[in-house]
Design a protein around this ligand. Structure first.
Ligand SMILES: Nc1ncnc2c1ncn2[C@@H]1O[C@H](COP(=O)(O)OP(=O)(O)OP(=O)(O)O)[C@@H](O)[C@H]1O
Length: 247
């Protein structure tokens, strides 16, 4: 008997409108466990909307979104359960400014998971070391550089031991000298078994770690291929035009 392999994330014919504006049209994408997918495309093409629908920061209007075998929005699925499985790293970090780095990392563990504080802190210290800022635990976000803040945001996501981490342009608010330190942490993560879906314009990162690169344009997935094919022999004219502009 063959075993059914459940994907980490499966999108089937997903649509999303903002008022009358169609932001996503019939988007289908399956991401296997452990897979690293980079999503690129022009501004306004729906990249952020797509990943925000995966953790329901935006609600999709049509189609299905299935995370680890459970359909989102289906009767009986709870948003807190979903958020536990789906980590998110934002462009602007979204840390709580009034909480220390350590507390930013432990908050969801103690509140949502009801974990004792000492255990949560042990986990947080582990991941702060993993993102190479173990010494920053007692500082507040405003005392850190942008690159350090983004690494806290990554550690915070990792603390929940999610099935998948979504990255929404994690380096685009950073000064150039800080981009590398965040990308290095993401490369390190990608070399583990973490399932990652990253919206980014960092094509060097895509070449290095992606299993697949997805190109979105006007709310649709136009092309999806392994990096060697995507960059060397793009099949679609719109992909070729885009690559011509950014590479
Ligand atoms: N909350 C909203 N209300 C109305 N329109 C929105 C909203 N959020 C996004 N849009 C529109 O939906 C389209 C897709 O936006 P989205 O942010 O997903 O694109 P993107 O590809 O991530 O762009 P960028 O690279 O500039 O971040 C854009 O035209 C945008 O203006």
């Amino acid at each position: 008997m063959t075993e059914t392999v459940i994907p980490a994330v499966s999108l089937q014919g997903v649509t999303k409108k903002y008022g009358t504006f169609q932001a996503l049209t019939n988007v289908s994408l399956t991401v296997a466990k452990g897979e690293r997918v980079v999503i690129c495309g022009p501004s306004g093409s729906g990249k952020s909307t797509l990943i925000r629908c995966i953790n329901q920061l935006e609600r999709h209007d049509g189609g299905k979104i299935i995370v680890d075998g459970a359909e989102i929005g289906a009767r009986g699925t709870r948003l807190p359960d979903l958020r536990r499985e789906v980590g998110m790293v934002f462009q602007h970090f979204n840390l709580f400014p009034h909480l220390t780095v350590l507390r930013n990392c432990t908050l969801a563990l103690t509140r949502a998971r009801k974990m004792p504080r000492a255990k949560a802190e042990e986990i947080a210290h582990h991941y702060l070391a993993r993102v190479r800022i173990p010494e920053q635990a007692d500082k507040f976000p405003s005392q850190l550089s942008g690159g350090q803040q983004q690494r806290v945001a990554i550690a915070r996501a990792l603390c929940m031991n999610p099935q998948v981490i979504l990255f929404d342009e994690p380096t685009s608010a950073l000064d150039p000298e800080m981009i590398k330190e965040v990308l290095d942490v993401m490369i390190d993560l990608a070399q583990g078994q973490m399932t990652m879906i990253c919206v980014t314009h960092e094509m060097g990162f895509a070449r290095k770690v992606a299993d697949r690169v997805v190109f979105m344009d006007r709310g649709e997935i136009v092309e999806a291929a392994p990096p060697e094919d995507f960059f060397n022999t793009p099949q679609n004219e719109r992909t070729r035009l885009f690559l011509g502009q950014i590479l």
